[in-house]
Ligand binder design. Structure first.
Ligand code: 2NL
Length: 344
């Protein structure tokens, strides 16, 4: 029996050494240590042995079993380590290879223009205010001196949900709401960028949804010259330091007096060309001194306070600055158009 056990041990250890993978090891384990294996068999046959031999053979059988078991375990660890090393070697990467260029997106040109206008006005002490796109009739029209029977309120020009709720047609209601919050105490110095909506037939220069930036400054003794100074500083910041502005009389229900603001043509420097239609000037925004009724409705004493306000179309600014010929380019998400603004 001793020889039998010694033989079994040698056979098993040889097979462990030869095993190339975990599966082969598993087979050795089952073959030698399993319930129907030869060692179990030896142990079962011990009944036939003498009382002196029995413990010796029993001990030897246990030792052989333990030795085979530990050889299998050691080999198992070695095989696993080798497998991991092989995998690592196969998957190693050459970090000195140049990387593949990543495709990056960019700000939408309208976002870029809004942020540029914001930067110009932040530098002049203005804050950015925002408000709802679904507005009440009161804030969109009434509070801006556009009473119910005013022609500019024609149902055709607006998207109404109910008699009292509509998509805002300008960002002025944000300014009215902000003024109200100041409870009659200035200064209020804000710009309001955002989407606005008007019933319109879309073409190269019109869109039923577009973006606007309005601004206002309410304080004691605010005058037309303050408006002109601020807008000139803005025009030079946005279009370039060599540009000048001019004011022409105009009309808005919420300002008095009202003006259209032109910027000198950047193409010809004022000489007259295709861009400015030979006038030397390009219309960029509307403005004026806030109508006393509008100040009063938003809680300001118009004898103590005055202010200026202005409004401009973001698409128009972008089209002028980047020579874009169709407003619809902004909304159709053609990557060939958008990719041109990566460095803007
Ligand atoms: C334009 C002209 C303008 C305003 C907007 C305004 C707002 C308040 C009070 C007074 Cl709360 N005025 N906004 C004033 C003048 C002109 O916009 O052509 N926008 C595209």
């Amino acid at each position: 029996m001793r020889e039998r056990l010694q033989e079994l041990k040698e056979q098993a250890l040889a097979q462990v050494t030869e095993a190339q993978d975990v599966k082969a090891l598993q087979e050795v384990r089952v073959a030698y240590l399993g319930k129907k294996g030869p060692i179990t068999e030896v142990l079962r046959g011990m009944g036939k042995l003498s009382a002196e031999e029995r413990p010796l053979i029993g001990q030897m059988a246990n030792e052989v079993r333990d030795e085979i078991k530990s050889a299998i375990e050691t080999k198992e660890v070695a095989l696993e380590t080798a497998a991991v090393e092989a995998k690592l070697a196969k998957e190693s990467i050459d970090v000195t290879l140049p990387g593949r260029p990543q495709k990056t997106g960019a700000r939408h040109p309208l976002t870029a223009v809004v942020e540029e206008v914001e930067d110009a006005f932040l530098g002049l002490g203005f804050s950015v205010a925002e408000g709802p796109e679904v507005e009440t009739d009161y804030y969109n029209f009434e509070a801006l001196n556009l009473p119910k029977d005013h022609p500019a309120r024609d149902m055709q020009d607006s998207f109404y949900f109910t008699d009292e709720l509509l998509l805002r047609t300008h960002t002025s209601p944000v300014q009215a709401r902000t003024m109200e919050k100041f409870e009659g105490r200035g200064p209020v110095k804000i710009i309001c960028p955002g989407k606005v909506f008007r019933r319109d037939d879309d073409d190269a220069t019109h869109s039923h949804q577009f973006m606007q930036i309005e601004g206002l400054f309410v304080d004691k003794n605010v005058r037309m010259s303050d408006l002109k100074g601020v807008l000139e500083a803005f025009a030079q910041s946005f279009f370039g330091p060599d540009r000048s502005i001019r004011l022409r009389p105009s009309f808005f229900p919420f300002t008095e007096p009202s003006v259209e603001v032109d910027v000198s043509c950047g193409m010809c420097g004022g000489e007259g060309c295709r861009v400015c239609k030979n006038t030397g000037w390009i219309e960029v925004l509307g403005a004026g001194l806030i109508h006393p009724k509008v100040l009063e409705m938003s809680g300001f004493d118009s004898k103590e306070y005055s202010g200026f306000a202005f409004g401009m179309g973001v698409e128009r600014l972008a089209m002028l600055k980047y020579d874009i010929d169709d407003i619809r380019h902004f909304y159709t998400n053609d990557v060939r158009f958008l990719a041109q603004f990566k460095r803007v």
